[in-house]
Design a protein around this ligand. Structure first.
Ligand code: SF4
Length: 233
């Protein structure tokens, strides 16, 4: 356990979005991301440190402390924990956490599948990048996830505009005309410095109803509670 990890922060919070909304967990946020979503709400995580910030021992001790000795759920997030500069450390961390019987989710940007990690963890939250991110959705990768990781993933798509919703709908109609058996969440965007976007939220709900309710519309509860700019909540 000699190598150091690019850790931005380790903190306890209640999951604020998607499938595990409301579940307390320890977030291990990795530093460094090269994906460049234009509407990213954590750009402070983009720079890669020149050297890792925490040892494995320090990382595990911080997880244990934040877990209050009782919470057995960890969410590995970023930045981009699956970037090649982070994935080796993430794999090592996953192995350590599994030995300690933690349930592990990873927040995956939807740009890479790392089988060594995906096979070991319990759940994968995989982004479908919509046009407002200005990051291209990798359709082949997405379909590979669907085929290989049945029963242990959710898809999340941030919806800022009607164009975003139409992109999700078009992809769904093309690839799952007979329906699908995995959860797909639409997250109406709530951007930094913004007032609560009531109109956008209601529109996404309406669009989903009009298409037959193919998706689940779930906002980001932590932003309602603490505002869109608050970190580590
Ligand atoms: S992948 Fe995540 S951290 Fe990276 S730019 Fe996109 S939203 Fe930001």
């Amino acid at each position: 356990m000699n190598s150091r990890l690019n850790i931005n922060s380790i903190y306890r919070a209640t999951e604020g979005e998607g499938h595990w909304l409301g579940s307390p967990q320890v977030f291990v946020r990795f530093q460094g991301c090269a994906i460049g979503c234009v509407n990213c709400d954590s750009k402070e995580t983009w720079d890669f440190p020149l050297q890792g910030t925490l040892s494995m021992e320090q990382t595990l001790e911080n997880v244990r402390r934040e877990a209050l000795g009782k919470i057995k759920r960890v969410s590995i997030t970023g930045g981009d924990p699956l970037h090649p500069k982070n994935d080796g450390a993430v794999l090592a961390l996953v192995k350590e956490l599994k030995e300690r019987r933690y349930w592990i989710n990873i927040e995956a940007a939807g740009t890479r599948i790392v089988p060594e990690i995906f096979d070991l963890i319990d759940f994968i939250s995989f982004d479908f990048k919509t046009p407002s991110t200005q990051v291209r959705c990798n359709e082949k990768l997405f379909m590979r996830l669907v085929e290989q990781y049945k029963g242990k993933f959710q898809i999340k798509a941030v919806i800022e505009t009607r164009e975003d919703f139409d992109a999700v709908l078009e992809f769904h109609e093309k690839n799952f005309p007979e329906g699908r058996d995995f959860p797909w969440y639409l997250t109406p965007s709530y951007n930094l410095g913004e007032e609560f976007p009531m109109k956008r939220f209601q529109e996404v709900i309406d669009w989903n109803e009009e298409c037959g309710g193919l998706f689940r519309v779930v906002g980001q509860q932590h932003k309602w509670l603490y505002g869109p700019d608050k970190k580590q909540v």
